[in-house]
Design a protein. Structure first.
Length: 180
């Protein structure tokens, strides 16, 4: 089974459980905490990806790290993933859950890459544009800074890429000049 199918299936399972137990926001916060912890800890990522480390040891490690910091619903879900040998897909499952959560809450999530930090005026323009395009009342912006784009910004929104960077415009001009 593909990673995408696995992540969607398990994300839907925890999402449905969170909705039925009225803990959707709590589970979102828990999964965000787990995602940040995985991102910060190379060792924990290695443990979860290792086929050599036995299931019971992974359960103990997960319990020691997360048990007093996450809800019982999320802890049971994490234990289920480990018992089913799916813990290596946890980052993808969490991302799939976040997409379901955002869709449920009417939040459009976009990634904006700019050459320098985005100022408030440009951020508001991007938010207005995304709201008009998506129809969602809320927009969550993930900001990235990449000086190599020289200026402008790139918006990754719903699988669409709006490239308004100077690097892209220069490459178009260069291409046109080489064709003439």
């Amino acid at each position: 089974m593909s990673v995408e199918k696995i992540s969607k299936r398990y994300a839907k399972a925890i999402f449905d459980e969170a909705v039925s137990t009225a803990t959707l926001d709590v589970v979102y916060t828990d999964l965000d905490f787990i995602k940040r912890t995985l991102k910060e800890s190379r060792e924990l990522r290695a443990v979860f990806k290792s086929p050599v480390i036995k299931e019971h040891k992974k359960l103990i490690i997960a319990s020691q790290i997360f048990s007093d910091k996450i809800s019982s619903v999320t802890e049971q879900f994490l234990n289920l993933l480990i018992n089913q040998s799916r813990e290596m897909y946890l980052p993808e499952i969490i991302d799939s859950f976040f997409r379901l959560y955002n869709e449920n809450k009417g939040i459009s999530e976009v990634t904006v890459t700019s050459a320098t930090e985005l100022d408030e005026a440009n951020e508001q323009k991007i938010i207005s544009f995304i709201k008009s395009q998506s129809g969602y009342p809320d927009v969550k912006i993930n900001k990235k800074v990449d000086p190599s784009i020289i200026g402008g910004f790139i918006v990754d929104f719903g699988g669409k890429l709006y490239d308004n960077s100077i690097r892209y415009k220069l490459s178009k001009v260069t291409k046109e000049l080489t064709l003439n």
